[in-house]
Design a protein around this ligand. Structure first.
Ligand code: PLP
Length: 920
């Protein structure tokens, strides 16, 4: 039986969140089941209800004694946990849980089971069972039962105020009364008494899409929360610049409201805040308008109701999708391009009607090359596409967002071309995606390659230490060439999940050169904007925070103080060691110029090739808008794919409405997988999850543990706040040395061919499993099952192995080669690392300029002291970065590395003829 099997209690017992034992909470002194590791609460809630049903059923059938019902018994503990959990969700509520406890106490198991069953059904998103037999059910619940069958999308609204049970009932009754058949959505209230509970509710309940603050709320919670949740609440206060929940006595009511609003906004910026007050509402409206969408009087229930629905309809709005649907329904005649439009060339065909059968006719009805009639032109959007991109900017925290229909490969080229000119120097991780190298070949900018730290044990690279980036900038300054450096581009996160702290990187680089532009390649990180912990390491969130920080007086002061240490009185800079040892503070006048490219299709909902460019550039209008426009024109097809654009529009709607839930679930499922591999006796023998200690060298690690999320969300939060590098827990690198096969064989011959499991990246001794927002619990269960089956197979095979022969993963690999150097013809001054990639590339295009040389011959020449120069890119997959670029000296290290590579795919290398080498 696998870890995530549907049966209970085994699956519950092994699930990470539910085995989290119980911590004595300070408020009550009572032992409680951990009521919520926030990253996993969606599952904790449903697991606890499922388990309750299982446990009560056993007792009802006489299969278990009644000790589970009392004291520390499983059922009693679950009920206590659920009483807290349900406080943060609409619908059933604490009273419902208490009623079940009461039924159980009286031995009325059948009625208790009915009530539990109703929750379980709702959590499984299925229909509600028949009316319960008991008459405990009140009028509001009766309404709710009918309401359960309502197919309209449902959301929840958090109300923060001290209330009585009577107040809450009348709020719910009022809500029911205001509902109308014409409403597009329905909502329920979640009512919590304190600021702490509001944070707990936002962290645990992703269905909440709006908050109403009423000034009567208290500060601290009285719930028995787990230590992790309490720590997370404290961290949330800190992240908004407030130490703890504001005590009622020390602050004015406006201050308390402002602080709470700030912390809620920091946690879930997509959520709208409303203030509901009695007296002096006009004064409050003036003082608080920036933080609140609207301030209401208590009597304005209808207005509030309409505002709540309207706001969610704005999130739901997908202007381009709506235009496409409208177009598909219109009768139109096609007298221009695109024969497939309206199914023209397909539905009447004798041979290809299966295209429409397979994809559906809507695909063709929605196909058009028109840009009018409600549709829009991606190249000069003024209408629905413009609006869709503005909504995406809002969702991702950018000032401007641009849709790209041919992937981040193109998005990167657009940004490079927009921002750099020939001979500008770009500091770039040599290990970056090939599109950056190609972009520099096109623009004529000179790459100065930064080397990521190597992870030789696993045959891939990590990320570039900030001290190396700083050192390179200092070197350019020392050479009097700092003004040539225009842009820094880094991959965040890396394919393997190593995550930078972009705010810190940008701040320290700007302290050396205050007009640098940053391009963050977030091909793999679009999802991160939708969780409070991961969001702060996205380029857009970092840019916004940095911009705000530069404006503060404390920053000003700290900057002035640091300058005294960094420069002597005559203006001479202190030695590099000082600049490297200090956390550099940028000038308050530094410009925030940040670009991020994201493959929406890699981590969020979008068809393949759907990407976005997000911009946070203070000099956009003055310096970037026009060049960006030209660059966008250069690389964008005049026939962009409308389905991709539609999917980007819908992907944006999804993340605004349920992004938090999906990312939370993704992180949680990934944690389950790592736990399963770590705990399962047979899996442990063949597989090992590579942790943060393996992926981040000691000096760059900081306070984070090996797998911080496994300890709890608060541990992850701290590490993500403090450490230079952290690891994205949704990516799981598994070391497979003991299986006796290499990564490539494992991927193709075992996972794909035998079980249809697709993975993307392998190295000689590792396989990378990525979870995403589409990963399901049963998908994880299937993977675990497959790994168990494979382990059994590997066990058999291991008996046939010669113990004296090293396993493929144990064969020592030569170290990963650093960037050697540009040859002197293409390097700028022979000292600095940058070079003219473009000149070398075009030299290689000249007739007779290139010769093909075999590996053996090249090795001989290098041994004799020659410095052969590559004419092209040579990129083995894996590891997937160019080990040679045009103009690069072919070194012994590169040849050694290539000689032991056994990958199936090496772009730019001809196995028969050898390497393309520039003739001297
Ligand atoms: C870091 C990085 N950047 C850019 C890209 C290119 O993205 P796309 O496939 O959307 O063109 C990739 C693709 O794997 C990547 O890994």
């Amino acid at each position: 039986m696998t870890l995530l099997d549907d049966s209970f209690p085994e699956s519950l017992a092994s699930a990470p969140i539910t085995t989290d034992i119980v911590e004595p909470p300070p408020m009550t002194g009572e032992l409680e089941r951990d009521p919520g590791m926030p990253a996993s609460t969606w599952r904790l809630r449903s697991d606890a209800w499922e388990y309750l049903r299982f446990g009560v059923k056993r007792i009802a059938l006489g299969n278990d004694d009644e000790s589970a019902l009392t004291g520390d018994g499983e059922i009693a503990r679950n009920l206590r946990a659920l009483e807290t959990i349900e406080m943060y969700w609409a619908g059933f509520g604490q009273r419902y849980v208490r009623d079940i406890s009461e039924l159980l106490r009286k031995g009325d198991y059948q009625n208790a089971l009915d009530r539990i069953g109703r929750v379980v059904q709702r959590l499984r998103n299925s229909t509600v069972p028949d009316e319960p037999h008991n008459d405990l059910i009140d009028e509001i619940e009766r309404l709710e039962i009918t309401d359960d069958c309502d197919p309209r999308p449902r959301f929840e609204v958090l109300v923060i105020d001290e209330t009585t049970a009577g107040d809450r009932d009348s709020m719910r009754a009022e809500n029911m009364r205001l509902r109308s058949a014409a409403d597009q959505f329905i909502y329920d209230f979640v009512v919590v008494p304190s600021a702490d509970d509001a944070i707990a509710a936002l962290l645990t309940n992703p269905n909440i899409l709006a908050c109403i603050i009423r000034p009567g709320f208290s500060g601290r919670t009285t719930q028995a929360l787990s230590r992790d949740l309490r720590d997370t609440i404290t961290l949330a206060w800190e992240s908004a610049g407030v130490e703890t929940a504001p005590a009622s006595s020390s602050l004015s009511s406006v201050q308390r409201v402002v602080r709470l609003a700030d912390v809620l906004h920091t946690l879930r910026p997509e959520i709208d805040l409303y203030l509901m007050a009695g007296a002096n509402i006009e004064d409050l409206a003036g003082a608080l308008s920036r933080r609140f969408r609207r301030v209401f009087r208590r009597e304005d229930q209808l207005e509030l109701h309409l505002s709540l629905l309207r706001r969610v309809s704005h999130l739901y709005d997908t202007p381009f999708f709506a235009a496409i649907q409208d177009h598909a329904r219109r009768p139109v005649g096609v007298f221009h391009a695109l024969p497939v439009a309206r199914g023209g060339s397909v539905v009447g065909s004798k041979w290809i009607t299966d295209l429409a059968d397979f994809y559906g006719l809507n695909l063709l009805l929605a196909e058009t090359s028109a840009t009018s009639g409600g549709l829009d032109s991606l190249l000069a959007p003024v209408h629905t596409l413009k609006k869709a991109q503005e909504l995406a900017a809002r969702a991702f925290g950018a000032k401007h967002t641009f849709f790209v229909t041919n992937g981040t490969s193109t998005a990167n080229k657009v940004v490079h071309q927009a921002l750099v000119s020939p001979n500008d120097v770009v500091l770039v991780d040599r290990n970056c995606h090939k599109s950056h190298h190609h972009a520099m070949m096109l623009t004529g900018a000179r790459p100065a390659y930064l080397d990521a730290y190597p992870l030789n044990d696993y045959a891939f690279y990590g990320a570039v230490p900030l001290s190396d980036v700083k050192q390179m900038l200092l070197d350019y300054r020392a050479a009097g060439r700092l003004d040539e450096v225009r842009m820094v581009t880094l991959t965040n996160c890396t394919f393997d999940g190593i995550v930078y702290d972009p705010e810190r990187v940008m701040a320290e680089c700007l302290a050396i050169k205050p007009d640098l532009v940053f391009l963050w390649d977030e091909a793999w990180f679009a999802f991160a904007a939708f969780h409070p912990v991961t969001r702060r390491r996205t380029a857009m969130a970092a840019a916004k925070h940095l911009e705000a920080t530069l404006k503060t007086s404390s920053h000003h002061l700290a900057y002035t103080e640091q300058q005294k240490r960094l420069f002597a009185e005559d203006g001479t800079p202190a030695p590099d060691e000082v600049w490297l040892s200090e956390r550099l503070i940028p000038s308050p006048d530094a410009r925030i110029r940040v670009y991020a490219t994201q493959s929406t299709h890699k981590t969020l909902t979008s068809l393949r090739q759907g990407s976005m460019i997000h911009v946070y550039d203070q000099d956009w209008v003055r310096d970037a808008r026009e060049p960006f426009h030209e660059a966008y024109m250069t690389h964008t097809s005049t026939s962009p794919n409308y389905q991709i654009l539609t999917s980007l529009d819908l992907g944006r709607r999804q993340v605004e409405l349920e992004g938090y839930e999906l990312v939370q679930r993704q992180l949680d499922l990934a944690t389950s997988l790592t736990q399963a591999i770590a705990r399962h006796p047979i899996l442990r023998r063949f597989f090992r999850v590579v942790d943060a200690y393996d992926l981040i060298p000691e000096p760059l690690r900081g306070i984070g543990g090996k797998m911080p999320l496994r300890q709890g969300l608060s541990d992850m939060w701290r590490a993500w706040r403090e450490d230079e590098f952290v690891v994205d827990p949704s990516r799981i690198t598994v070391e497979i040395t003991k299986t006796g096969v290499d990564g490539d064989t494992f991927k193709h011959d075992y996972l794909m061919d035998r079980f249809g499991i697709q993975v993307n990246k392998t190295s000689r001794n590792t396989v990378l499993f990525m979870t995403n927002i589409g990963t399901s619990r049963s998908g994880i269960a299937y993977l675990i099952e497959v790994l168990v089956k494979l382990s059994e197979r590997f066990e058999e095979l291991s008996e046939e192995l010669d113990p004296n022969m090293p396993l493929p993963g144990e064969v020592p690999m030569p170290p990963l080669p650093d960037f050697s150097a540009f040859s002197s013809e293409y390097s700028t001054d022979g000292i600095r690392p940058d070079g003219d990639l473009r000149a070398a590339f075009f030299q290689g295009q000249q007739r007779g300029a290139v010769e093909y040389v075999s590996q053996a011959e090249l090795s001989r020449r290098v041994a004799e002291g020659e410095r052969p120069v590559s004419a092209g890119f040579v990129t083995p997959y894996p590891p997937g970065f160019p080990v040679l670029v045009p103009g690069q000296v072919i070194s012994r290290e590169v040849l050694d590395f290539m000689s032991v590579l056994d990958t199936r795919e090496i772009h730019g290398y001809d196995a028969v003829r050898g390497y393309r080498v520039l003739k001297p």
